[in-house]
Design a protein around this ligand. Structure first.
Ligand SMILES: [Zn+2]
Length: 216
């Protein structure tokens, strides 16, 4: 089968999003860039029962490769728009994890109250304005919120994380969920104190030195 390795990568990552509690039921989707497009999870199938052939291969203009047995995730436009615009992105994870989705329902950015915010590439994780799922409008808003970042929230919807590798996209998604959980614990106590621009610049520099995941 063509793209066997990429399909397995998406399949394995989809199952890890369940184990990491980044998604539940049939919500969420995962994709990987391939030379001529992307491999993406199918629409409406439980990740636990997925087989390699269920992963959909398609061009970035939405044209499926011949012989596909499944319909791609309804969010394929969002994935395709990111791959078209961001040469640095080779994997994308989207989920409706509880804490990130709760913060997204508040319509709030995640501020830099913890140094691990730098995992997402800057001093915040933005929340994209609301647009209906599966639309080009949502794809455009997500792309804007992802500018210079590896993660964003989608208002009244969930989270989105990207990476140069699938491992990085999964790690950024998990860290975004962790930061959102912290924010939900902090907000009842008041607005959290944030790191200064100089402290954040220092952390971002250290992350560049230690690698994307930072020193831990
Ligand atoms: Zn979604």
């Amino acid at each position: 089968m063509i793209h066997r390795a990429e399909r397995d990568l998406v399949l394995e990552a989809a199952r890890r999003t369940v184990a990491l509690r980044l998604t539940h039921g049939t919500s969420g989707n995962v994709s990987a860039r391939v030379a001529d497009g992307m491999a993406i999870t199918p629409s409406g199938l439980d990740y636990q029962s997925l087989i390699r052939e269920d992963v959909v291969m398609m061009a970035l203009d939405g044209t499926p490769e011949p012989g596909q047995t499944r319909v791609p995730s309804s969010e394929w436009r969002m994935h395709a728009a990111i791959y078209r615009a961001r040469a640095d992105v080779r994997a994308i994870v989207h989920g409706h994890s509880p804490a990130a989705t709760a913060v997204a329902c508040l319509g709030r950015d995640i501020p830099p109250f913890h140094y691990m915010i730098a995992v997402a590439g800057g001093d915040s994780i933005r929340c994209a304005p609301y647009a209906p799922f599966g639309t080009e409008a949502l794809a455009a808003l997500a792309l804007g919120a992802l500018f210079d970042r590896r993660a964003c929230l989608l208002a009244h919807h969930g989270l989105l994380a990207v990476g140069a590798t699938m491992d990085q996209a999964l790690a950024v998604a998990a860290e975004t969920e962790f930061l959102a959980e912290l924010l939900l614990r902090l907000l009842p106590l008041g607005e959290p104190r944030v790191l200064s621009p100089a402290q954040l610049a220092d952390v971002l520099e250290r992350f560049r030195h230690y690698g994307q995941r930072g020193p831990g």
